[in-house]
Design a protein around this ligand. Structure first.
Ligand code: SAM
Length: 275
């Protein structure tokens, strides 16, 4: 998979301290993780036994959302913030299957993502990886690599998948999102998956496990997640649990929310469109 052998471990990485990107990689069955990450993944699994399946459901939502935005809405530029370590199918793979010219800028603050992303994307001139912090949205928007890849005069899709739970209330996730959306053209899309706090005991145990091992991981009330979309109109079916979320498709055989198992209610997904 990797043509260029990455420096190992990349500089700036402490293998003794678990990182979100590597714990998530471990949950998805990847190989880019250390013992400390696998131990943290076990703590997650004790809290919510099917957390690995929940992570896979989140990746399914990624593919469905990107397919909708590129295939149905005609978006051909994407910023994927908190992209994580490569895990097929990646955003650019899904997008470029539908539109080979689609451009993707991956953003993450974990140096390992940069190292592995660069190796994965070495030959891909339409795709780039930048290291930046979601908590400094102005720096993301002015990043020269990002600006060279994207045309802000045309609609862009902003993706924040499974990442906002790492931003504390005090860091004001809604203000961060508003800053990121402000310069984007009308017709731009905002695609979020996030952890709702529905009162489910295993969900709360998962949030505690995340706080204990990684120092962040706040599940939020559903209305707070809805607020992330800044009141913009939402693509049907709106914000919903992932097994019920099929953007732009007829309702079909959608399971009732009360019939879902706790791992199926770990994430909600939604896409909004900037008027
Ligand atoms: C659970 S992974 C999600 C990966 C991918 N978006 C997905 O949904 O499959 C969360 C990612 O967000 C990144 N992250 C966490 N806080 C961040 C921040 N403040 N700025 C940028 N990236 C961040 C982590 O390094 C990690 O790679």
């Amino acid at each position: 998979m990797y043509d260029a052998a990455p420096e190992w471990p990349p500089s700036g990485i402490d293998p003794e301290v678990p990182s979100t990107a590597r714990v998530y990689d471990a949950l998805l069955g990847g190989k880019e993780n250390f013992k400390a990450d696998r131990e943290a993944a076990e703590v997650f699994t004790r809290a919510l036994p099917r957390i690995a399946d929940a992570a896979r459901l989140n990746r399914d939502a990624l593919a469905r959302g990107v397919r909708y935005m590129v295939g149905r809405a005609g978006i051909d530029q994407i910023i994927d913030i908190g992209c994580g370590l490569p895990a097929a199918p990646n955003t650019h793979e899904v997008a470029q299957e539908l539109d080979p010219r689609a451009r993707v800028v991956y953003v993450d603050n974990d140096p390992m993502v940069l190292s592995h992303g660069r190796a994965l994307l070495a030959d891909d001139r339409t795709t780039t990886v930048v290291t930046a912090d979601l908590r400094d949205p102005a720096a993301i928007l002015t990043n020269p690599d990002l600006r060279a890849h994207l045309d802000f005069d045309r609609p862009v899709a902003l993706m924040l998948l499974n990442t906002l739970m790492q931003i504390a209330d005090a860091e004001d996730p809604d203000a961060i999102i508003a800053t990121l959306m402000a310069p984007l053209a009308s017709g731009s899309h905002l695609f979020i998956t996030a952890w709702p706090d529905t009162g489910d005991p295993s969900q709360r145990a998962l949030s505690r496990a995340c706080l204990e091992t990684l120092g962040n991981g706040w599940a939020r009330p559903v209305e707070a997640i809805r607020g992330h979309f800044q009141g913009m109109p939402m693509v049907a079916p709106g914000l919903d649990f992932i097994p019920r979320w099929h953007p732009g498709e007829a309702d079909g055989n959608v399971p009732a929310a009360e019939d879902l198992e706790p791992f199926e209610r770990t994430h909600m997904a939604g896409i909004a469109v900037k008027p």
